[in-house]
Design a protein. Structure first.
Lengths: 145, 145
DNA sequence: TTAAGTGCAAAATCTTTGCAAATGT
DNA sequence: ACATTTGCAAAGATTTTGCACTTAA
């Protein structure tokens, strides 16, 4: 991780009133270097030697509460995490983009460009949030075959 | 449960090569008498005195594989189950309708009438399935306040 | 009769909690 | 110095597995 990146992670932490600890920086580093959301098992595997599993749980929970990352559950119910875009804030996520869950490699992509079209829904139901998970075969897996 | 219903449950089982056991009929009975998807904890609570927790897991798994029920994960990752419509078959679900997850009562509704609008998605990604979970306040909870 | 289904015990996971030690500011 | 954060141990919850007993067909 280079200096510029490290600095921006640190800002992210300070901005949210969090201490700059090694564990947190390491989590941010992993998340920011991937082109898809990162599953919790992947994180555990990647940084499990350095960071206790319990600490990871707590870091992810804190980050999500602060609006630094958002959580997407894949089809199996496994938690995947991705860095939020700027529009997220404490206790308020705006991750109303589409997520793509590959049936082959199981990765979860954030398709930031794709917006969920407006829906007509039965009267009486008040919409607060929408979450669309599309599953299929991702670009990488398609090309690999 | 009246006779007509019982008979149709039995057909459902026989049609799928499953034995008509008391446990299975009871699960079908609960699921068919609710206007929303049923969470696994609810089922456990409802029929836990009669049916072993492990058996319930196995019944739900079998039903899902046979296309009798489909599973929806709510925001917390809790499994919810609903009877499939006729278009579902073994190992192939067509539950591409919208689910509504109430933030207040936590119920999951199957909005069968609402279809997911076609999406423009990045080239290379092949869509096989779509799952839209809308969350907010449901009709019942709105009216109660 | 016999393959399928169930219950029980126990293992394997996953997630949370409490508390003392370590760390960042 | 002091509140925050972490690690460890342990509890709690969820899900799976193995095997003997039971039941539907």
């Amino acid at each position: 991780m280079n200096n510029i990146e490290t600095e921006s992670y640190q800002n992210l932490l300070v901005k949210n009133g969090l201490k700059k600890t090694g564990a947190r920086l390491q989590v941010l580093d992993v998340l920011s270097h991937r082109n898809s959301a990162t599953s919790q098992p992947y994180l555990e595997n990647k940084i499990g030697k350095d960071i206790d599993r319990v600490t990871l749980y707590r870091i992810l929970k804190t980050f999500e509460e602060k609006g630094i990352i958002h959580r997407v559950l894949d089809k199996q119910g496994t938690a995947n995490y991705a860095l939020c875009t700027s529009s997220c804030s404490e206790n308020h996520h705006h991750d109303e983009h589409v997520h793509f869950n590959c049936n082959n490699c199981l990765r979860v992509y954030c398709l930031d460009d794709v917006k969920i079209p407006p829906l007509k829904i039965e009267k009486g139901f008040k919409i607060e949030d929408m979450n669309l998970i599309v599953s299929g075969i991702c670009k990488d897996c398609n090309e690999a075959n």
